[in-house]
Design a protein around this ligand. Structure first.
Ligand SMILES: Cc1cc2nc3c(=O)[nH]c(=O)nc-3n(C[C@H](O)[C@H](O)[C@H](O)COP(=O)(O)O)c2cc1C
Length: 195
């Protein structure tokens, strides 16, 4: 049987896996599925985990200010983040409230550390997710095969957002042949949930 210290330990271990996922692209928590609300209908997509903070728990990703996901979060900050590690058979589902860091000291600090190769993704002439008449990679064509220099890359900052997701509650599910383990975390409180 499980006691509270067992699920506390699982929670701590999953936080360590999340933190490792920020820098380690082989960790399956390096990306997660973000679901937002577009009027009445949900929209999901993959994003890269850029940072994790604990006490209180927050996760972060980057996006284009012009993108539908950013617009959806501005209209409705409530969203869901979903992680699944198929090797360890662990799912984490988070209920989140978002804050868009745009042209502020937080986005400036993250932009400063963003590689030139990544910066060019924010220099696209078209609104991300808009329909195109002919194919275009939506990066300046001169940088298709090389990176911009630092001065030119600054043009991308106007489209850059660093999105902060404050975790309202989360649900961890570990799959086991002899009985799945599931619990929820709200602030400091952990409670068992029927798998
Ligand atoms: C592995 C992977 C990682 C991605 N990471 C990001 C990301 O960090 N930020 C982002 O805005 N889009 C990211 N994308 C693209 C989105 O999944 C999505 O296709 C696109 O941004 C459309 O977004 P929208 O919902 O705003 O229309 C990623 C896609 C893949 C396949």
């Amino acid at each position: 049987m499980l006691d509270k210290s067992d699920i506390e330990n699982i929670f701590k271990l999953e936080l360590d896996h999340l933190k490792d996922g920020v820098k380690n692209s082989k960790n399956l928590y390096h990306t997660f599925t973000l679901s937002t609300l577009d009027k009445e209908s949900p929209k999901s997509r993959t994003v890269v985990l850029r940072n994790v903070e604990t006490g209180p728990l927050k996760i972060f990703f980057n996006a284009d200010y012009r993108s539908p996901k950013t617009k959806q979060l501005i209209n409705n900050p409530q969203c869901s983040a979903l992680f699944y590690d198929i090797n360890r058979r662990v799912q984490i589902r988070m209920n989140c409230s978002s804050t868009i860091n745009y042209k502020n000291h937080i986005s400036a600090k993250i932009w400063d550390k963003t590689a030139l190769q990544s910066r060019k993704c924010y220099m696209g002439p078209y609104t991300p997710s808009s329909t195109l008449d002919t194919y275009h990679p939506n990066i300046p064509l001169e940088y298709a095969k090389k990176d911009p220099d630092r001065a030119n890359s600054e043009q991308g900052y106007v489209n850059f957002v660093h999105v902060e997701l404050s975790i309202i509650d989360l649900d961890i599910l570990q799959l086991h042949h002899d009985g799945h383990i599931r619990f929820k975390v709200v602030g400091e409180d952990l409670s068992y949930v029927a798998p």
